[in-house]
Design a protein around this ligand. Structure first.
Ligand SMILES: [Zn+2]
Length: 387
């Protein structure tokens, strides 16, 4: 039903358009032009105010297109994030056999332009062939790659209260992600006492020593990297570590930032609490001759919440049925990364995540599998068509 050449042309145009997190306006413009070209009324299309909430110089909010239905049925949501990771800067897509690859040393942006292309192809096919369809909402989010920032700001009422959602952000069109991990982001400020490192090091309290003791203890207790305690699992990582001004001065300030993840919210709390406890313990353990010790200010927040849908949820069953209609075998999965679907589910819209041919995302080896992309487009069309 879809026109393959149109679907591919759409994707190439999207891959050529830059759109880093926060700088999605050019992609959004292209999407709007295309939708209007297919016959979407301008009044159906709008941006929400997510960018005002996010701040940080975000150019635009999430782009929302609400198509009225031609049959009476509950509204369905289709979503795709517009932003790409910094490694995609300057990407030039080229076709090589049954793949699309980047020409130079960049990533490609198949994550997630395959999804955007998929939604556009679905909309064009439905509108140009006048295929009967329920009311449809297309949601193109901003800032997904930097912590699901656009999806976090979505207001279900602005989406027209869809009863279920299909989020596109993956490879294999037969795989259905029905759950994803939750994550905390934390930062710690370690305060020590400065002194002359050569003349009176004993008067100092080294923030560097506190940080090292804390990290060593966290790892020794099994809370660093891959975390496994009985049947509970999770991960944690320390990212930027900053501090110190001079070699001859005992370091009095270190700032560390990191993250923890788990599918189990209580276990996620436990991992993050282990970090807090060890930083505090380490701060108390480093003392100078005056008996002073270090101190820490640890802050953490839940970046996004984990979810896992029932295998017999209506949206899961409908998706599996449509995948089988395409002659494929559905495969249910749980993801270890956050997805826009984390927030959509949290906001009461049961949402699965589907694939449209992106592979090796966030690497120089990124590519799009053209067959899978077209399969993703077929599935989107089938899901959006009235039964
Ligand atoms: Zn993505």
């Amino acid at each position: 039903m879809i026109r393959k050449s149109r679907a591919l042309g759409q994707l190439m145009a999207l891959l050529k358009t830059p759109g880093p997190s926060g700088g999605e306006s050019a992609v959004a413009r292209l999407v709007k032009e295309q939708l209007v070209g297919f016959g979407c009324r301008k009044a159906w299309i709008r941006h929400d105010k997510a960018h005002e909430k996010i701040g940080e110089g975000y150019e635009v909010g999430n782009l929302i297109a609400r198509l009225p239905g031609t049959v009476k049925a509950p509204r369905l949501l289709f979503s795709a994030h517009m932003d790409t990771v910094p490694l995609c800067r300057g990407a030039v897509p080229v076709r090589r056999g049954n793949r699309i690859v980047p020409r130079g040393k960049t990533a490609l942006g198949g994550d997630n332009r395959t999804a955007v292309g998929c939604l556009l192809t679905m909309a064009e096919t439905i509108l140009s062939k006048r295929i009967p369809h329920p009311p449809l909402t297309l949601l193109f989010t901003v800032g997904e790659e930097v912590g699901l920032k656009g999806a976090r700001q979505v207001k279900p009422a602005e989406l027209g209260k869809p009863v279920m959602g299909f989020n596109y952000d993956g490879g294999d069109p037969a795989s259905v992600t029905i759950g994803a991990t939750g994550a905390d982001r934390w930062s710690v400020e370690i305060r020590g006492v400065s002194s002359h490192a050569g003349v009176h090091p004993e008067d100092g309290v080294s923030a560097t020593l506190i940080a090292s003791r804390a990290i060593t203890a966290i790892a020794a207790k099994g809370f660093f990297g891959a975390v496994k305690k009985g049947r509970k699992t999770g991960t944690s990582n320390i990212g930027p570590v900053q501090g110190g001004e001079a070699t001859n001065q005992v370091t009095d300030l270190m700032v560390l930032r990191g993250e923890c993840r788990s599918h189990d919210p209580a276990f996620l709390d436990r991992i993050t609490e282990a970090y807090l406890a060890e930083f505090e313990k380490a701060a108390a353990s480093v003392r100078n001759t005056a008996g002073e010790c270090g101190s820490v200010k640890f802050t953490s927040s839940r970046d996004y919440h984990s979810f896992e849908m029932e295998r017999d949820a209506r949206v899961v069953l409908r998706t599996e049925e449509k995948i089988r209609d395409l002659g494929l075998t559905p495969l249910l999965k749980i993801a270890n990364g956050g997805l826009d679907a984390n927030w959509l589910n949290r906001k009461g819209i049961p949402t699965v995540t589907l694939g449209a041919g992106q592979h090796n995302a966030h690497t120089l080896k990124e590519y799009v599998d053209i067959e899978e992309y077209l399969g993703g487009c077929d599935l989107a069309l089938s899901l959006a068509t009235a039964d």
